[in-house]
Write a protein of this length. Structure first.
Length: 463
């Protein structure tokens, strides 16, 4: 297909799911009832669902066929051995623990290693990662590379970690107090930007020097491998799988939410090299998730993961996945929508602070855009800014997040070209009316992960 401008979906559709095409008046009432938080919307009230790419993939006919072979034995199921073999082939890590999803693996590993006085360092911790770390009493510090601060500049690996800051932090905190260094690929909270192999290797050298655990948050490792192959010249002749395998070889372990690049609706795993650490985590797994050969997963889930971890590295799929995401981002950029550039692998990230520069940060411009996208076109997205990552000082004043983003996370193998064209048309209307939009006020929120369940008031309705 290299001689054609049109990138077609490398799959055929044999089953469809209906979309209810709501009206603007209906959506206004739906959002008011949801307290202006799209997490509280029922899915049948959404036209295009870009809330997350986690667990929202369309599975292949091979995966569905594999699920029929699911061995539901409590211990030693054949489905577990298939899943384990796929993970071992990918990671090379000897000790593999299945979990029902990625955050369960985070809770087990980071809960065990964390605690008061401990520090975790990452290019950028995502929401559940940070919550599990902070819930243990430890602190989570982000040190993305400086290039990420310039949204308009093309830099091939804006997901990289700042190496100078990493070594400085290790020295300041003391190596014995660093619970782990976590490299997230791609860097989700940082705009879905990829991490270079060069950066991953340098982190490995530093961690070995100071004898610090080095873990890979690998839920989008196939997408990251695509960028490495096409942006690091020495890897242009490597397969995507070979690149991923080299990345894993640099680390002491990995956590994966299989709901992303394993192309499944549920599942995850923790893989480790160290037996002592693996044994401790296995005990926690059995207490909280399930026996060590199913870990909260059905045999059906494990069959689907085993197949998905192979399908995701198919060249035609990855080319389609990255170029289709880029297509949406480039169209929005061309119409003047401020966004993180270059476009990442799984999502387009809109700079809501720039788009709604008349809305003060404490009125959450990102959440305002999330609401407008739903009201205008029934598109559900998520804020990645001061609702998700903001904190309060001792006087109750908001400490804003570094960026005010809205993520359009695109489910894998779900939407077609006409759906994307519709999203582009919705943004045309957003741009026309952007100066009329007001912010929001939080009326109710939990202590952790407030973006999931917080309630808001629309300031347009108040004044």
């Amino acid at each position: 297909m290299e001689n054609f401008k049109t990138i077609i979906e490398p799959f055929k559709i044999k089953m469809v799911e209906p979309i209810h095409l709501s009206t603007a008046e209906q959506r206004k009432e739906y959002l008011r009832e949801a307290h202006y938080n799209p997490f509280a919307l029922d899915s049948d009230k959404v036209i295009i669902d870009f809330l997350t790419d986690s667990g929202t993939s369309a599975m292949s006919s091979n995966q569905w066929a594999g699920m029929m072979q699911g061995d539901e034995s409590y211990a030693g199921a054949s489905s577990w051995h298939k899943m384990r073999n796929s993970i071992f082939d990918l990671t090379g890590h000897e000790f593999i623990l299945p979990t029902h999803q990625g955050r369960a693996a985070e809770r087990i590993l980071y809960g065990y290693l964390g605690g008061k006085g401990k520090t975790f360092i990452s290019n950028t911790h995502f929401d559940t990662t940070r919550a599990n770390i902070e819930f243990s009493g430890a602190e989570a510090i982000d040190i993305p590379c400086e290039e990420i601060k310039n949204n308009k500049h093309f830099y091939p690996f804006k997901g990289n970690m700042d190496l100078m800051k990493l070594e400085k932090l290790i020295i300041e905190k003391g190596p014995e107090n660093i619970a782990a260094v976590i490299l997230t690929v791609t860097n989700n909270s940082g705009g879905g930007q990829p991490v270079s192999m060069e950066n991953a290797k340098s982190i490995s050298i530093i961690c070995k020097k100071y004898k610090i655990n080095y873990f890979l948050d690998c839920c989008r490792v196939a997408e990251n491998s695509y960028f490495v192959r096409h942006r690091e010249k020495e890897y242009e002749h490597k397969t995507y799988l070979e690149i991923a395998q080299e990345l894993f070889s640099l680390t002491d372990g990995a956590i994966m939410s299989a709901k992303k690049d394993a192309l499944v609706n549920m599942g995850g795993f923790l893989s480790l090299k160290n037996k002592e650490l693996a044994d401790a985590c296995k005990n926690l797994l059995i207490i909280t998730e399930g026996f060590a050969t199913y870990g909260g997963l059905s045999g059906r889930d494990m069959e689907a993961i085993a197949i998905g971890l192979k399908e995701v590295f198919e060249p035609d799929y990855l080319h389609y996945r990255i170029t289709s995401t880029t297509f949406l981002g480039d169209k929005l950029k061309a119409m003047g929508v401020p966004l993180i550039y270059p476009i990442g692998g799984h999502a387009v990230y809109i700079d809501a602070k720039e788009l709604y520069n008349h809305i003060p940060i404490h009125e959450y411009p990102g959440q305002a855009l999330v609401c407008e996208l739903y009201l205008t076109g029934g598109i559900r997205t998520v804020e990645i800014g001061s609702v998700m990552f903001g904190k309060y000082d001792e006087d109750g004043k908001l400490i804003p997040a570094p960026m005010e983003l809205v993520r359009l996370a695109i489910p894998r193998r779900v939407y077609t070209q006409s759906h994307i064209e519709y999203v582009i048309e919705v943004f045309e209307k957003i741009m026309l009316n952007r100066h009329k939009v007001r912010g929001l006020k939080i009326t109710e929120e939990p202590k952790f992960l407030r973006h999931f369940t917080a309630k808001f008031e629309n300031l347009t309705d108040i004044f």
